[in-house]
Every structure is written in C-alpha cells, then in structure tokens.
Write a protein that binds this ligand. Structure first.
Ligand SMILES: Cc1cc2nc3c(=O)[nH]c(=O)nc-3n(C[C@H](O)[C@H](O)[C@H](O)COP(=O)(O)OP(=O)(O)OC[C@H]3O[C@@H](n4cnc5c(N)ncnc54)[C@H](O)[C@@H]3O)c2cc1C
Length: 387
C-alpha cells in the first residue's frame, strides 16, 4: 500500500481548499515564516486588530472543525459520508483554576452529548491536566505528601474522571486519556489503570495513551497485559510516538537525569511497531487506536494484521490522524474498510490559536511530512486538470 491515491485522499476537498492547503503547508515549511507568523498573530491580538476572520479562513479551517460542536458537525457528517469517524476536542488550553477544570469537564461532557445523536462519533478525549493542576499530578507522581487542600483537589480530579467515564459508559462511547510529560505521567498511569479495571469489564470505555518514544513503554504495555489477565478487563490503548521530545530531553539535561526518550528515531519506530505486534498477538484483550501520520507504520500494521488473519474492520483496531493532515492515509484506509477516526479540534478562533501554532511548529520540524503533503496536493491538482 503506497498511500498515494490522491483522488480518494482529497475527494472532499474543492480546488480552492486544496490551493489553500498548499499555500499553508508551503508557508509552514519555512521556520522563519512560522516564527514571523506567530509574532504577527500575537501582536495583532494584543493590539486588538481584526485578524480573526483571516485566521478562520486560512489555518483555522484547515486544522479545526468549527467554533462550537454544532458548527463542527458539518465536518463530522462530511467525513462520515466517506466512512471516516471523528472525535471532537474543545482545544482551549491552559487550565489553571478549579473553575477551569470544571469547565474542561463540561466541555468533555458536551462532546459526549453531541455523540448521542451520531454514529460518526465513537470516541471522546480529554487531557488530564485539563482536569487538575500539573503540579498536583507531579506531586502524586513523586509520591510526595499532599496537604489537606491538595488531597481534596486530588479527590475532585478523580471525580472528574469518573463523571466522564460514567457518562461515556452509559452512552456506549470510549474516551481517550491523552498522555503528557514523563514527570507527571506516573500519576496518570495510576488513575487510568484504576479506571480501566472499573469501567472496561465488558468493553473498552477507557483508553490509555502510550508514547512509544519513551524507553520502557513496551514493558509497561506487557505489564498492562498481565494486569488485564489478573483483573479481567479490556485494555484500551491509544498508541502514539509522543509529542514532547525536545522538552523531555532538555529537562533531563538541566536536572541531570538520564533522558527518558529513546536515543534514536529508529528505536522509537521499533518500539512502536513491536507494541502493535504485541497487541495483535493479544487482540482479544486489547482494543487499540494507532494515532500516527507515519505511512510505514500504517503499512506494517496492515501487513501484520493480514498475516495474523485479522479482518480489516476488526472492532479492536482503529487508525487515527489529526484533521487537516495525512488525508492520504485516512481516506485510503477508510476506503479499504479499516476503522479510521480523525481528531477534530474545535473552539473559538482566538482560543485555539495555541493549538494552531503547535500544528505549524510540528509540521515545520517534520520536513518530510510537509513535503509529502505538498507533493500529494500538487499531484491531485494536476490529476484534476488532466482528467
Ligand atoms: C490522533 C493522534 C493523537 C495523539 N495524541 C497524543 C497524546 O495524547 N500525547 C502525545 O504525546 N502525543 C500525541 N500525539 C502526537 C504524537 O505523539 C506524535 O508527536 C505525532 O503524531 C508525530 O508522530 P508520527 O507517528 O505521526 O510521525 P513520525 O514522523 O514517524 O514520528 C515523529 C515522532 O517520532 C519521535 N522522534 C522523532 N525524532 C526522534 C529521535 N531523534 N529520537 C527518538 N524519537 C524521535 C517523536 O515522538 C516524534 O514526534 C497524537 C497524534 C495523533 C495523530
């Protein structure tokens, strides 16, 4: 499978949308323009210049589904018409107060509520630090003694997790718990394991996220397998490579501890593929969502599934990409009957700017990915001209 069927990949995009995407990917392939763009956007916001419309028509529409859930349903239904499911995330970042955490819980519950009327939304998601303070997660991760106030705050975090999963369970939906930095992740691991034992008896309501750029995560996956045998639950796994490599490495240097990140990209890739292989060998106990834009990984997963005689539409295997990226993988897999789910961020234009800046940064740092997007768009525009 070469993931180069541009007709399938871009069947939902008009010529104008393709040209806009080309323009954007071209811009973000130049780090200096990304830096300049960030500066101009931040300055314009400070000076209250009317830039929302320009952002909405360009980078927002490329990478976000809408400003609210109602708006986003147009994209959800469009993708659904091509056998691509979605999950919505209110992508407003930086929660710091108890009110922010409660608001974040409400937005997750809203996305679950929207899923009620649509078979195109089988998943929802939240970031643990949207539900509570990073400092508190870090203290828990270090087994530090909590003050009375912190113990109460911790109980409120657990409650927010439970409210989310109770609702998801009653609605037949699954929820991804995003993975975060290694110094808070042990606390997240602990809660998610407890929640999987509680909620995943009959079906995977709770999905843990494993970052395979971290040394030792394959062993952790094997430990989860043992725990699932012991406690009789289904392990839900969102498998990713990991998003915070630079931060992890520089913190390890500045605090003088060994980097938790694999030494090479090849080591990360190997762990990623080995994790898939391990889950395929235990497919009755694992429900997996392979979140990646790496064509080679998707290809390998398909080959492994074929070898193991696992059907394309096996309910325990889904693939996922971010909205606005790698449509060649998404739509080709969906066309072949695989379960594919797009991550759809939404929110007020001004509020999702940090998310959009991260998208620009990530695309700039993965040069191969951006060139691939550019070439595919050009191929499709050429194909349309000649056909
Ligand atoms: C649907 C979806 C959900 C996601 N959810 C999360 C999440 O909850 N938490 C999270 O952290 N990330 C998440 N991500 C982001 C993900 O972890 C990756 O950062 C991103 O997808 C790029 O990896 P890739 O497999 O797509 O592509 P690739 O280009 O194959 O891989 C790039 C990744 O490889 C790793 N890498 C690169 N260079 C090196 C090196 N020198 N040494 C070791 N490793 C290296 C890094 O993880 C880098 O991000 C998600 C991604 C998707 C698509």
């Amino acid at each position: 499978m070469r993931f180069n069927n541009t007709k399938t990949a871009f069947s939902l995009k008009s010529n104008i949308e393709l040209r806009r995407a080309y323009f954007l990917f071209k811009l973000i392939s130049y780090p200096i323009l990304v830096r300049l763009g960030k500066y101009i956007i931040n300055l314009s916001i400070k000076l209250r210049l009317p830039i929302k419309k320009i952002i909405r028509m360009t980078v927002f529409d490329q990478f976000c589904a809408g400003v609210n859930t109602k708006d986003s349903m147009k994209v959800v239904n469009l993708l659904g018409s091509k056998n691509v499911k979605s999950y919505l995330h209110y992508s407003v970042e930086a929660a710091n107060t108890e009110k922010d955490y409660d608001d974040c819980l409400s937005s997750t519950l809203d996305t679950l509520e929207v899923s009620k009327g649509s078979s195109f939304l089988p998943f929802s998601v939240f970031k643990p630090t949207g539900y509570g303070s990073s400092k508190l997660f870090e203290k828990r991760a270090n087994n530090s003694q909590l003050t009375d106030d912190e113990s109460l705050a911790w109980k409120r975090i657990i409650k927010r997790f439970e409210i989310t999963f109770d609702k998801a369970k009653s609605m037949g939906i699954s929820v991804f718990v995003d993975a975060e930095e290694s110094w808070i992740q042990p606390a997240i691991d602990q809660i998610v394991e407890q929640m999987m034992i509680k909620y995943n008896k009959n079906r995977p309501v709770v999905f843990h996220t494993l970052q395979m750029y971290r040394k030792g995560r394959l062993n952790y996956l094997k430990e989860l397998n043992e725990k699932s045998l012991q406690h009789k639950f289904i392990v839900g796994i969102k498998l990713v490579r990991g998003a915070y490599m630079e931060m992890e490495r520089s913190r390890a240097i500045s605090k003088n501890y060994p980097s938790p990140i694999c030494d090479t990209k090849n080591d990360t890739d190997l762990q990623y593929d080995q994790a898939i292989s391990f889950m395929f060998d235990n497919i009755d106990r694992f429900s997996m969502f392979l979140g990646s834009h790496n064509e080679a990984s998707a290809r390998k997963a398909i080959e492994m599934a074929k070898k193991a005689k696992i059907p394309n539409n096996h309910p325990n295997i889904s693939f996922g990409q971010l909205y606005g990226m790698s449509d060649n993988i998404t739509f080709e897999l969906a066309d072949l009957g695989y379960r594919v789910v797009k991550y759809l961020p939404y929110g007020p234009v001004k509020e999702v700017i940090p998310y959009l800046i991260r998208r620009a940064n990530e695309n700039t740092s993965v040069a191969g990915q951006t060139n691939r997007e550019l070439n595919l768009i050009l191929e499709e525009l050429d194909r349309r001209k000649t056909s």
